[in-house]
Ligand binder design. Structure first.
Ligand code: UFG
Length: 321
């Protein structure tokens, strides 16, 4: 039996992708150290607890399972922490990925789908952002993603690794089954923080109301986690069909301001949400909106969730915040 190995498969986007892979008939092996993921989020898949930076453990796992491709989600994701503890990010994200790639090379596994981020673009002036926009990250987190993309390209040149790097914009929502959700500790993302504030009956903090945007709050492109998961499966098929290594944006193509997201959340929860304006969060670009034309053209991918209310609804229903 051939497995798709999913690193970080117990995490938010990883666990949703495992669910979709299993639903599509793939045999899935999750490798996760459970440092931030939750074991109970992994169902109907094989599971090996392990850290991607542990070469001996990885080689032991690759020795026991026949792996056809790797989907690599494992990594640290808190932008602010990456500025205060850069070595954690360069160690786990960059060194960890090098260890993983070395094990793949040793066992002849030549396909990877990598979780990249809009953070590689930093704060571009042009919107919507296309993949040809310069890679100019503005924090260590974004730099780890950009470095890994460079490493992947070098591995392709040197020994034919084929990869797809998916640059996610703002992943949001949850599987409509209500069985999976978004759990980060600490939580830094807007939609779960709005819902948390609603559940706890307190105001939501809004970071900045004097950005150069129509209503003064930051504009982001929210894309449903299951749409992201489906893009991974399409990317896997693209590589299996002989596709060349490539990078793709994953976004919904529509920008919503923080105030608009809160308004939409009010409709979902059916009550007014109090807001507390605070200072800008360091490093937050005013506007990040994707062009997903390339993913549509080359992968046949399009987001199915088009409406921010519908995305928030799935997060609200999951109650797993
Ligand atoms: N925000 C608030 N209040 C909060 C939390 C967030 O106003 O309590 C605002 C932020 O300032 C930002 C927007 O809501 O303008 C979205 O913030 P998130 O933290 O949800 O998401 P980011 O856009 O900061 O982060 C996302 C990804 C990162 C990626 C980054 C690229 O989660 O992985 O985009 O800039 F690095």
């Amino acid at each position: 039996m051939e497995y798709v190995l999913v690193t970080g498969g117990a995490g938010y986007i990883g666990s949703h992708t495992v669910r979709r892979l299993v639903g599509a008939g793939y045999s899935v092996l999750v490798v996760d150290d459970l440092s931030s993921g939750r074991g109970e989020a992994v169902r109907n898949a094989s599971f090996e607890k392990g850290y991607i930076g542990d070469a001996a453990r990885l080689e032991e796992v690759f020795g026991r399972y026949k792996v056809s491709a790797v989907m690599h989600f494992a990594g640290n994701i808190v932008v602010s922490e990456s500025s205060t503890d850069p070595l954690k990010y360069y160690g786990n994200n960059v060194s960890g990925t090098i260890t993983l790639l070395s094990a793949m090379q040793k066992f002849g596994v030549d396909k990877m789908i990598f979780s990249s981020s809009a953070a590689v673009y930093g704060s571009p002036d042009k919107t919507p952002i296309e993949e040809s926009t310069a890679v100019k990250p503005v924090n260590p987190y974004g730099r780890t993603k950009a470095m890994i993309e460079t490493i992947l390209a070098d591995c392709d040149s040197a020994h034919g690794l084929k990869y797809v790097s998916l640059r996610y914009f703002n992943a949001a929502g949850a599987d409509p089954s209500g069985e999976l959700g978004e759990h980060h500790n600490p939580e830094t993302h807007l939609i779960p923080l709005i819902l948390k504030a609603v559940f706890e009956n307190r105001p939501v903090s809004v970071f900045g109301n004097d950005y150069p945007t129509p209503d003064g709050t930051c504009v982001r492109d929210y894309v449903h986690v299951n749409d992201i998961a489906d893009a991974h499966i399409l990317a896997l098929k693209y590589l299996a069909d002989g596709g060349e290594s490539n990078v793709f944006n994953l976004g919904g193509g529509t920008g919503y301001s923080v105030k608009e997201v809160i308004k939409a959340a009010e409709k979902v929860v059916g009550k007014k949400i109090e807001v507390k304006f605070e200072d800008w969060r360091p490093g937050d670009p005013p506007v990040l909106v994707a062009s997903y034309a390339k993913a549509k053209r080359m992968l046949g991918w399009e987001p199915k969730y088009r409406n921010i209310e519908e995305i928030i609804q799935t997060a609200y229903r999951s109650k797993l915040i």
